[in-house]
Design a protein around this ligand. Structure first.
Ligand SMILES: [Mg+2]
Length: 244
């Protein structure tokens, strides 16, 4: 565990850039629920057996791109449908259509229930805001703005580099440095004098490759050793460690 007395003062950096899912919000839980709701309904409608379980999530869906997860899960039940196109209507029985159906369920859950950000993360955002330290979000998700709004913290971030911008500008995904480098440019700060906060090894590697002066790993399950090996300078269990 990290000795918090040894932690650097994040207000001494030119800016602090945060990953979203797993760093600011426990988004994975909502994704898991949305997959289950969507597949339960689909399996019932198509008469697919055996029923969808959490184990399916970890074996076929977790960590994959949305459409790859759908294809893998359906293949496990010997179900084949055409791939389709990302622009497919959620009602279409294609891999992309089914993936878009999951996204619609995800949005509905977010709108209906909101999502509580990690209290330790909000406490750190408060400290940075009080000190006038610029902050930004750097997320691979195309739902980033939606999640930030549901969490009630959208207005805190002048810059949100998300999957929509990355696709529009053809930026390579994490672990490539592109998204962190571009977010620093949008914020008008020097990565070498800024800090980045990530919970995934690919994100840590991205910030590290972009030359950030400090890369903080938040261990929500990736493992402190893996985060350090990917380039994290310090690893904490929760961002509250920087506030205490
Ligand atoms: Mg993350």
């Amino acid at each position: 565990m990290t000795d918090s007395r040894a932690l650097p003062d994040l207000t001494s950096f030119e800016a602090v850039l945060f990953d979203l899912d797993g760093v600011l919000t426990p988004t994975a839980e909502v994704h898991m629920r949305a997959w289950k709701e969507m597949f339960d309904e689909l399996f019932a409608a198509w008469g697919i057996e055996p029923p969808y379980t959490d184990r399916d999530y970890f074996e076929h869906v977790d960590g994959k791109k949305r459409y790859d997860g759908v294809a893998s899960l359906l293949r496990s039940r010997d179900v084949e449908v055409p791939w389709g196109d990302p622009s497919d209507d959620p009602a279409l029985d294609t891999v992309c259509g089914v993936g878009n159906r999951k996204n619609a369920v995800f949005s509905r859950i977010l709108r209906a229930e909101g999502i509580a950000p990690y209290p330790g993360s909000v406490a750190l955002l408060d400290v940075l805001q009080a000190a006038g330290t610029p902050i930004a979000v750097v997320s691979s998700s195309k739902n980033a703005v939606e999640v930030l709004e549901a969490a009630g913290i959208r207005e805190r971030f002048p810059v949100v580099m998300d999957g929509v911008i990355a696709e529009r500008d053809h930026l390579a995904s994490k672990p490539a440095p592109d998204v962190f480098a571009e977010a620093a440019r949008m914020l008008g700060v020097d990565p070498a004098r800024s800090a980045a906060v990530e919970d995934a090894t690919s994100g840590v590697a991205s910030a590290s490759a972009a030359g950030f002066g400090l890369v903080v790993g938040v261990d929500r399950g990736a493992g402190a050793d893996h985060l350090r090996a990917a380039g994290a300078d310090v690893v904490v269990d929760d961002l509250q460690a920087f506030v205490d």
